[in-house]
Ligand binder design. Structure first.
Ligand code: G16
Length: 541
């Protein structure tokens, strides 16, 4: 490898901010866009090294997903579409924080440490979202790739799931799908239309829905796909990114889930389901207003139970014996876990927040469904599972044949809002369920998810899949005492806190048998976090 160009660009164009330390978070580096140019340049370099190490295409997605429009970030994608291996996050952190004059030495050390053949060609597949800052950061990333001799495959402005899809297709010679943006749209639309047909005599299911694109790239992608889905789905788009609406502002999946309220910019039509995606369209949340105008949320837990229940039904009907499991995080509503285990009889595991952790645990099953409550999730089918299903289909088993199309509509590479939405629609239609029918399957425990501002969120560390706090030492005993108090002891109450890996906040989750108790618990735990972990600003009340 020749480092001249890297040295020159580092000295002249991509000088490091003297004062900042960058940490690799839940989904890569993510912070104010203005601070990120150098980081993106260096991540271009890292992606080349990773590509050489894996002897495969590596992906780079420039996005800050659900964060406000002024933020940006980068997600690095491994050859099979997973998030970059956790072991390499430390390498990324070292490169992001190396002093300018030490950068080449840091790259050389990484090459040596990982025993990488420098002659190996490197190819990086690059995508970006619609943020105003994404163009400049894209230019920095590409400059980083080229500075160390890597090649770039441009995806343009795409959803995060499309980038993951493109990486997988580029690495498997196209057997997962055609490695183009059009190939992605066509694969999903074809599988969906095959499953859905054009007619049917549903009395409860209706094919009309409202789509909240969060004023981001998900809206753009839906504009591309909606015409090809129209034979089976009537999609009315809002917050489609074409007007002057602000990305993720009072709309989109994160807003709807966190505030438990109807998205701005979408007409409040009773009984019509609304599908909200987040800023890079890897998360999806359903919601609706009932005839009294009351808001109902159908989140990632609800989607996961719908999918797991449906897959279980199909496997039973097809008489194919495969191990099905579901992975959630600590944020999963207690009622959903109870329903999955008790009613559906599907085993449930709990992972740390971050799809990389859920994805990993889901691989333990022949069919692993994983979903975060925030709507981030997908289904993984092992090679052996696909083989059994395809063999059964080839032998004339029509249910197994349907299962093959279900596999095609799913983007297994990562959580994908549009793919997940299409699968939900297939299931609702097949069950002939309205959104109210779906909502009736179980009743969520009232819950609240809030943010607490502290001076340094790294003072909080957790264990037990983030359900218990280790430091500050007095915090967990205080939360436990609260949960044992008369107010909460018999209220099915649960609460935890954890530092966010994408925003400079501590997240507090609380659930209990009534809305009042859930809110009270949330406030009291927030106050404990504020008091024990160095809260700043106003004390929560
Ligand atoms: C990312 C991760 C998700 C995670 C979310 C919030 O989502 O991919 O797994 O749930 O951040 O993480 P945290 O609570 O640590 O801030 P996205 O859609 O923002 O990329």
């Amino acid at each position: 490898m020749d480092f001249q160009s890297l040295e020159k660009l580092t000295a002249e164009k991509y000088k490091k901010h003297a004062s900042r330390t960058f940490n690799y978070g839940t989904a890569g580096f993510r912070t104010k866009a203005d601070d990120l140019e150098t980081v993106l340049f260096r991540m271009g370099v890292l992606a080349v090294v990773r590509s050489k190490a894996m002897k495969a295409h590596i992906g780079m997605m420039i996005t800050a997903s659900h964060n406000p429009a002024c933020d940006n970030g980068v997600k690095i994608v491994d050859p099979r579409g997973e998030m970059m291996a956790v072991a390499w996050e430390e390498h990324a952190t070292v490169l992001a924080n190396a002093e300018d004059l030490q950068l080449v030495a840091a790259v050389q050390q990484l090459l040596q440490q990982e025993n990488i053949n420098q002659q190996q060609p490197a190819i990086v597949v690059v995508g970006r979202d619609t943020r105003p800052s994404s163009d400049v950061l894209h230019a920095a990333a590409v400059a980083g790739v080229r500075a160390v001799g890597g090649q770039v495959v441009e995806c343009g402005v795409v959803t995060t799931p499309i980038l993951h899809y493109r990486v997988v297709c580029a690495n498997d010679g196209g057997s997962y799908g055609t490695p183009t943006n059009e190939g992605y749209s066509k694969k999903l639309a074809d599988a969906f239309l095959k499953l859905q047909g054009t007619g049917g005599s549903q009395s409860r299911y209706s094919s009309g829905l409202q789509f909240d694109g969060a004023n981001g790239v998900g809206g753009c992608q839906m504009s591309i796909m909606a015409p090809s889905l129209a034979a089976a789905l009537t999609i009315t788009q809002y917050n489609d990114g074409k007007g002057d609406g602000v990305l993720n502002y009072k709309c989109g999946a994160d807003h709807v889930k966190t505030t438990q309220s109807w998205p701005g910019g979408v007409p409040a039509t009773a009984g019509t389901r609304c599908v909200s995606v987040d800023g890079d369209a890897d998360r999806v949340i359903y919601s609706f207003l009932d005839s009294n105008g009351a808001f109902h949320l159908l989140d990632g837990d609800r989607i996961a139970t719908l999918i797991a229940g449906y897959l279980k039904q199909l496997l039973t009907r097809a008489q194919v014996s495969l191990k099905l499991g579901l992975i959630q995080t600590a944020y999963a509503n207690g009622a959903s876990t109870q329903y999955i285990n008790g009613t559906l009889g599907v085993p449930v595991g709990c992972a740390k927040t971050g799809v990389k952790f859920l994805h990993h645990m889901a691989l333990d099953y022949d069919i692993g469904v994983y979903f975060e409550a925030n709507g981030h999730g997908t289904v993984l089918f092992s090679d052996a599972a696909k083989k059994s299903i395809r063999e059964a289909a080839a032998a004339g088993n029509s249910v197994a044949e349907r299962l093959c199309s279900v596999i095609d509509v799913i983007n297994e590479t990562v959580g994908d809002a549009i793919s997940d939405m299409l699968l939900v629609e297939v299931i609702l239609k097949e069950q002939d369920w309205s959104v109210e029918d779906w909502n009736k399957q179980y009743t969520d425990l009232p819950n609240r998810l809030v943010k607490v501002l502290v001076a340094d969120r790294s003072v909080i560390s957790t264990t037990n899949a983030e359900r218990s706090c280790v430091t500050p030492a007095a915090l967990q005993p205080a939360i436990d005492n609260l949960l044992r108090s008369t107010e909460f002891a018999t209220a099915n109450a649960r609460a935890f806190c954890r530092p966010s890996g994408t925003e400079d906040v501590v997240r507090v989750y609380a659930e209990a048998s009534t809305r009042e108790l859930a809110d009270s618990l949330s406030t009291k735990v927030s106050q404990l976090v504020f008091d024990h972990a160095g809260g700043v600003g106003a004390r929560p009340k």
